[in-house]
Write a protein that binds this ligand. Structure first.
Ligand code: NDP
Length: 243
């Protein structure tokens, strides 16, 4: 398996990459935006888990850079079977206080970035007549928090995009699915966990936050041989929060 994971330098993306290495002995291109030292640590962890990995710096909100990452994977590993669109950001503010920059920054990374990489990857996958595209959505698409109109809109867009692209690519045996995490213990969720730990845990039917491995296992299934007939789905992995 040859896979490209965006936002693979830490958090959920790194766990996904390590899991693909462990489960599928994957060859991996780990795409990160800024923290090279963390990307390098993730690369070493993927190799220790049984994969082969290289790091690549790219901002997926830039169409050329996103296409360049896909091209780099195809050049380095001579192919691309699985694209995991995991890179994401937040810029929380109540809607009436939100400036244009916070709106566009989140939409550009979380939604435009998914389109740019998927478009480039799908061109290659269409020629091969196989492939898997897995997009990270969020519980916030359906059960938003205050201050997240930009983030909720981006992830709602990711889910609609996933269904629409799945229909286009299904005839060529390319599947497109999304995974919608609840609250997972990473840097991204630190602020809201610190602000409302007790209330959040009370709202989650399983009474605990998710771990990065909870997401990685589902992504590994969607990337693997048993998920070939699953497409256009968004799978919630949220301890029951989205029920
Ligand atoms: P983190 O903030 O821990 O990590 C984000 C990763 O994305 C980093 O590797 C970062 O790279 C990368 N990244 C950010 N912007 C860009 C960009 N423009 N181009 C390329 N890479 C970029 O996030 P999580 O691991 O928590 O989240 C991963 C995904 O899961 C996101 O899509 C998020 O929306 C989603 N999610 C997370 C939840 C949670 O509770 N944690 C809940 C629901 C969904 P670098 O550090 O190098 O800048």
């Amino acid at each position: 398996m040859i896979a490209l994971v965006t936002g693979a330098s830490r958090g959920i993306g790194r766990a996904i990459a390590e899991r693909l290495a462990a489960d599928h002995a994957a060859k991996l291109l780990l795409v990160y935006r800024s923290r090279e030292d963390e990307a390098e640590e993730a690369r070493a962890a993927c190799e220790a888990a049984g994969g082969e990995a290289a790091i690549h710096r790219a901002d997926v909100s830039d169409a050329e850079a996103a296409a360049g990452a896909v091209a780099a994977c195809i050049e380095r590993f001579e192919g691309l079977d699985v694209l995991v669109n995991n890179a994401g950001v937040t810029a929380d503010k109540l809607a009436l206080m939100m400036d244009d920059d916070a709106w566009h920054r989140v939409l550009r990374t979380n939604l435009d970035g998914v389109f740019y990489t998927a478009r480039a990857a799908a061109k290659h996958m269409l020629r091969k007549r196989r492939g898997r595209i897995i997009n990270l959505s969020s519980i916030s698409a359906r059960r938003p928090n205050k201050g997240q109109v930009n983030y909720a809109a981006s992830k709602g867009g990711v889910e609609a995009f996933t269904r629409a692209l799945a229909v286009e690519l299904a005839p060529k045996s390319i599947t497109v699915n999304a995974v919608a995490p609840g609250i997972i213990e990473t840097e991204m969720s630190q602020r809201i966990r610190d602000a409302a730990d007790k209330e959040l845990k009370k709202a989650i039917p399983m009474r605990r936050y998710g771990q990065v491995g909870d997401i990685a296992g589902v992504v590994s299934f969607l990337a693997g041989p048993d998920a070939g007939y699953v497409t256009g789905q968004t799978i919630g992995v949220d301890g029951g929060l989205g029920v």
